[in-house]
Design a protein around this ligand. Sequence first.
Ligand SMILES: NC(=O)C1=CN([C@@H]2O[C@H](COP(=O)(O)OP(=O)(O)OC[C@H]3O[C@@H](n4cnc5c(N)ncnc54)[C@H](O)[C@@H]3O)[C@@H](O)[C@H]2O)C=CC1
Ligand SMILES: O=C(O)C1=N[C@H](C(=O)O)C[C@H](O)C1
Length: 406
Amino acid sequence: MIRIIIHGCNGKMGQAVASAAAADPDIQVVAGIDKFPDSKQNPFPTYGSLSQCKETADVIVDFSTPAALADLLAFANERKIAAVIATTGFSQDDIKLIEQASRSIPIFRSANMSLGVNVMLELAQKAASTLGDEFDIEIIEKHHNQKVDSPSGTAYALADAINQTLLNSKNYIYGRHSKNQRRSKSEIGIHAVRGGTIPGQHTVLFAGSDEVLEITHTAYSRQIFALGALRACKYIVRKSPGLYGMKDMLNEQAAVTNINSDNQQALITINNIPDDTAAIAKIFQSIAQQDINIDMISHTTPVNGQLSISFTVPRKDVGKAIEVVNDLETLLPTISLNTYEGIVKLSVEGPGMAQQPGIAAKVFSIMAQQNIKIMAITTSETKISYIIHQLDEKKALEALMEAFEL
Ligand SMILES: NC(=O)C1=CN([C@@H]2O[C@H](COP(=O)(O)OP(=O)(O)OC[C@H]3O[C@@H](n4cnc5c(N)ncnc54)[C@H](O)[C@@H]3O)[C@@H](O)[C@H]2O)C=CC1
Ligand SMILES: O=C(O)C1=N[C@H](C(=O)O)C[C@H](O)C1
């Protein structure tokens, strides 16, 4: 159970977080803080200031106002509890304060807790990297008539992400009222619309010659932000001091999304190959000439001028592959061959693996605990593949699935 304090609990978002928390069996709201503590009836103690709050908590979640930041950070630091900061409208000095505090406590900060906007940030960066030099970029955000800060924190986050992709070559222009001059190429225009109850909409518009690309995210309720904030609480509570954001959380959660096993492969190891690239090329050329498809390749570093190479081929082609290697013995007399047909290739993959250290350590620790021997390993940015004996397949898969909660 994670115990949270909601800072700004009587506001629109504070109330949305309280409702989402009530429906989450892993979260308990131990207290709320609000400048107007009596403006709502809450099922948890509600105080007018942080200094009155004596409840013990794991995380403080902030949807309040930038003016409350210093007290919030002092409270979290004194109690040594993590903070999820969702408030927007911070100044550069405020952001420095948050960075400073994150040296002592774990802090999660995001101007937008929804999943969609965080995918949108990446889409906008991708579009900017292709279109940015030739297309004009404008950001339009629409929010309810109670919103105080303008432009929205999300609009800034989108502009910053795009500008970073474009090597900070753009400057921001906020509206064009009374500017009687043409738009320059180096601008990102940012425009805020306020009205009614709109929970939040952001559009990035790439306008080119005779074509326009628009990327739009629409929030239909505040629940998406509340659920994102609770997800952030569960993430930040087990972190060491530092500043974290949605990208860190989503990458970590996407570090391993898939585990596959393939028992249609055989492993071939060629030992004592001369440490000569031409010899390695010759081996793979000969195999290719027989139309044999190779999957994994791993090799040892040379010792005494010789190395070993292991690779997998479809089981049906093992006979052909052995013949090829035997035929090479005249040209490469030192080589010797081992084949293993009773093997399985396991692949552990996930798009966030590239940004997440420790996945290989976790995978192979699990294999070690299960006493499973590893016969070959290859990796890509998003995948670790390795060979084990087929008798170990079931216990390896069960242990991996449990450890990565798949
Ligand atoms: N990161 C995200 O995904 C989202 C962020 N927000 C941001 O959250 C903030 C709050 O938004 P809303 O709930 O719509 O505003 P709101 O005005 O409805 O709520 C703010 C609450 O904070 C309280 N408050 C003001 N000063 C305080 C202080 N010194 N100590 C404690 N409480 C104080 C107010 O009394 C109010 O109840 C805004 O900055 C908004 O932009 C809003 C939605 C999503
Ligand atoms: O104030 C709001 O409502 C919202 N604020 C955040 C922002 O400023 O970007 C996030 C969301 O758009 C709703």
